[in-house]
Write a new protein. Structure first.
Length: 386
């Protein structure tokens, strides 16, 4: 079971907000002991990022945002600007396998907590720094949030409705995808560094930047630009390289139609008694459908609006063509596949009661991947140092 794969690995977590905590939560879910070091009195900024909050009769509360990325961790309070607390932190680091931090470049060096200082007291340490722009370069000193990098990295330039359509303009994603993807890249890099240490006996310094990740995650859009020299345009819900592959309205709601090749398109047209569309020069190949997307969209919209969603989804299943509903989160957690895969889990906290959480998809359904997040600031401090 992967839930215990990192048993015996100790992680000192000096990160806040989302990218770093997402990474360290992954490590905790895989069995590592993660000690989250927070500022006295205030703690991680996201403790106050609400509503909503889960509240107890005793007055204790925890924001839903903090809950999403801090399960399975221990919380301690240390102020490393204070010499005695800094010594306690160094004591932890001496016995740690991994350290994750997301302070501005140069901040930790002022206190002897940078990698060059730490590697002399713990040469086996895997030290991961997560910053906005990386440790070097003309912008390395700048701060930055996920939203900034969705813009700087290019994602927002091709996300949103096309010019001339209602609501046109750049659009960010509804969740902090650069933060989360950076957390996943950091997780992978740390696991690789631990594997490398097994052979070399030496730790390493990992320099992870949200801006780097934002550029990398452009994926096919970046490849399209590098090959063609043309900036990808905003195309709403349409795909830049495949058609039809977007949202359409049935008579009673929306569905995503995802036709993967010319054969599937011909089968779909035949089912609709419109076989001539697959023979039309404008639509006969995927490349031509992309070039004539506005015309294709108009034709398919007139066809799909006539019948309810259930009619089309049953037909698409029979035709072997992929489709999807546009679900609310209420729909998501009621979905039979989500329930079967046990994606929603819960734990019981002595003060806050039952806490709903989400299974880490790296772990198998049925695995006990969730334990209580640390709702009380510094609640494990004594236990960690005893």
């Amino acid at each position: 079971m992967l839930a215990g794969a990192l048993t015996g690995i100790r992680v000192v977590d000096l990160s806040r907000i989302l990218a770093g905590p997402w990474c360290t939560q992954n490590l905790a879910d895989l069995g590592a002991e993660v000690i989250k070091v927070e500022r006295p009195e205030s703690g991680d900024d996201t403790r106050q990022w609400g509503p909503p909050y889960l509240e107890a009769e005793s007055g204790e509360s925890m924001s839903a945002y903090f809950m999403c990325c801090n399960r399975n961790k221990k919380s301690i309070c240390l102020d490393f600007k204070n010499a005695p607390d800094r010594e306690k932190l160094l004591e932890l680091i001496r016995g740690a396998d991994v350290l994750v931090e997301n302070y501005r470049v140069g901040t930790l060096k002022q206190y002897g907590l940078d990698y060059e200082s730490i590697r002399h007291i713990n040469p086996r340490l895997v030290y991961a720094s997560i910053t906005g722009y990386g440790q070097t370069g003309p912008k390395s000193a700048r701060p930055g949030y996920d939203y900034i990098f969705q813009g700087l990295g290019g994602l927002m330039s091709y996300t949103g409705h096309a010019d001339g359509e209602p609501g046109a303009g750049p659009l960010r994603t509804g969740v902090a995808v650069v933060d989360i993807t950076t957390g996943m890249y950091a997780t992978s890099a740390i696991l690789a560094a631990l594997f490398q240490r097994h052979g070399t006996g030496q730790g390493t310094w990992l320099d992870l930047a949200l801006f780097d990740v934002a550029v990398a995650m452009n994926a096919n859009q970046a490849a399209n630009y590098l090959i063609s020299g043309e900036n990808p345009a905003r195309s709403g819900n349409a795909h830049p390289n495949l058609a039809p592959y977007e949202v359409f309205r049935a008579s009673d709601g929306y569905l995503i139609l995802a036709v993967g090749n010319d054969t599937q398109f011909a089968r779909f047209c035949a089912f609709c008694d419109r076989s001539e569309l697959a023979e039309d020069q404008r639509f006969s190949t995927n490349s031509e459908r992309i070039r004539n997307l506005p015309s294709l969209r108009a034709v398919l919209a007139d066809i799909l609006i006539v019948e309810p969603r259930s009619y089309w989804t049953a037909a698409l299943d029979n035709l072997g063509i992929s489709w999807g509903a546009v679900n609310t989160l209420e729909d998501v957690f009621a979905d039979e596949q989500v329930r079967h895969r046990q994606m929603q889990q819960s734990v019981v906290h002595p003060q806050l009661g039952r806490i709903p959480l989400i299974r880490n998809p790296m772990l198998a359904p049925g695995s006990t991947s969730c334990s209580v997040p640390p709702p009380l600031l510094g609640e494990h401090t004594k236990a960690v140092f005893d």
